[in-house]
Design a protein. Sequence first.
Length: 72
Amino acid sequence: MIRTVLEESGIDPDRFDIQWVSSAEAGRFAEVVTRFTEKIAELGPNTPAGVLAASDADIASARESRGSANPE
């Protein structure tokens, strides 16, 4: 079911993972996060169909036009 919702939302299901890690498993937590981070890096940017990727310049321009005094 989650896979279908992600696909319908234009998100690659490979970008989603649920792992149970106890607070007593610091080493396992580090492994899970490292492995998933590497996987996402290999997949590259996720651009859902019909969505244009914004460049850094586009994002900076949008922030300037909002007059944001406190950056996110």
